[in-house]
Design a protein. Structure first.
Length: 323
């Protein structure tokens, strides 16, 4: 399994990965993008920004990079970088299928991505991913599985995913929404020829949204690698938007709110890889301080008290603008 390579790593950042959702397309829901990205968000400008981030992440020990078909041109940008770094053979590359990017490189589209977990979409997007990432692809995930997703019950799709796994690509899934725990447990029950289909799960977990924790622990105990996304709650846990309690704990540790927020996630024994969604190298450098944050029990308790009802959290997330 590709993540065994990360398990053997000993650098402080070996459990941190870089997600490319924020830089693969001009519009996204993260707060602060008006200052994070160049005013002229051309394809070449974001290609350059992505390569800058990948260079910085790799130099600082990050070895997992995460893309998706719906992240605009993230796979293309990542493939370009890989082609110019032939000696970077110690990394793990993951991507996702199930959403189609539809914004045509604009920030004001009515819909930026369209979800479809059908077999036809898998076959089309797998071919598109293979054309870009080829043998670099280690992990292919179903994007944002929910309890009612047809991907959980489509036996023909399961058979094709199992064939991909037999050819060496690990198969995983990601989750979103207030029912993440239900989706995780349903996916854990999916088998092909008596064997579990999925080897990884990628879920939203952060100081504000902790509802998936018990199911993620179950997934870890079942042998899956757990990848945590949105550890910064789409910018809600970064300055200047961070809650007062988080700002206070960050000040007490002389570190950024982002490092403390990600440190909270890294403390979970089931968290295999925690994604940085940085859009600048300064953000990335601050994120990568997370492994050295030393929270005491009282600080941990203050931050734990920030957890929101999952329905409240996801309703607020749904209101974030694609700017």
């Amino acid at each position: 399994m590709p993540f065994a390579r990360l398990a053997q790593a000993t650098t402080p950042t070996c459990h941190l990965g870089l997600g490319l959702a924020a830089v693969g397309r001009p519009g996204y829901i993260n707060l602060g993008r008006d200052t994070d990205l160049p005013e002229d968000r051309t394809v070449e400008a974001l290609r350059a920004r992505t390569h800058e981030l990948l260079d910085a992440a790799y130099a600082q020990g990050v070895r997992y990079f995460d893309a998706a078909r719906s992240y605009g041109r993230s796979e293309e940008f990542l493939a370009d970088w890989l082609n110019t770094h032939p000696n970077a053979d110690d990394i793990v590359i993951g991507s996702k299928w199930g959403y189609t990017y539809t914004a045509d490189w604009t920030t004001d589209a009515e819909h930026h991505e369209v979800k479809d977990h059908s077999l036809a979409t898998y076959e089309r997007q797998r071919a598109e991913t293979d054309a870009l990432l080829g043998d670099h692809l280690d992990l292919y995930q179903i994007h944002s599985v929910t309890p009612d997703s047809p991907a959980l019950t489509d036996k023909t799709l399961h058979a094709e995913l199992a064939e991909a796994a037999a050819r060496g690509v690990s198969v995983g899934f990601s989750t979103s929404g207030p029912a993440q725990a239900d989706a995780i447990r349903a996916a854990l029950a999916v088998t092909v020829d008596g064997e579990p289909l999925f080897r990884t799960v990628q879920s939203t977990y952060n100081v504000l949204e902790t509802s998936a924790a018990p199911a993620l622990e179950e997934a870890h105990d079942a042998g899956l690698t757990v990848i945590v996304k949105e550890g910064m709650a789409n910018g809600r846990l970064a300055d200047p938007h961070a809650p007062a309690a988080l700002k206070a704990v960050a000040a007490e540790n002389s570190l950024g709110c982002d490092a403390v927020a990600l440190a909270m996630v890294l403390r979970r024994p089931w968290a295999g890889v925690v994604l940085s969604g940085a859009a600048t190298t300064l953000q990335l450098a601050s994120n990568l301080h997370a492994p050295v944050v030393d929270l005491d029990d009282e600080q941990f308790a203050r931050l734990t008290a920030l957890a929101e009802d999952p329905h409240t959290y996801w309703e607020q997330r749904s209101r974030l603008p694609w700017h």
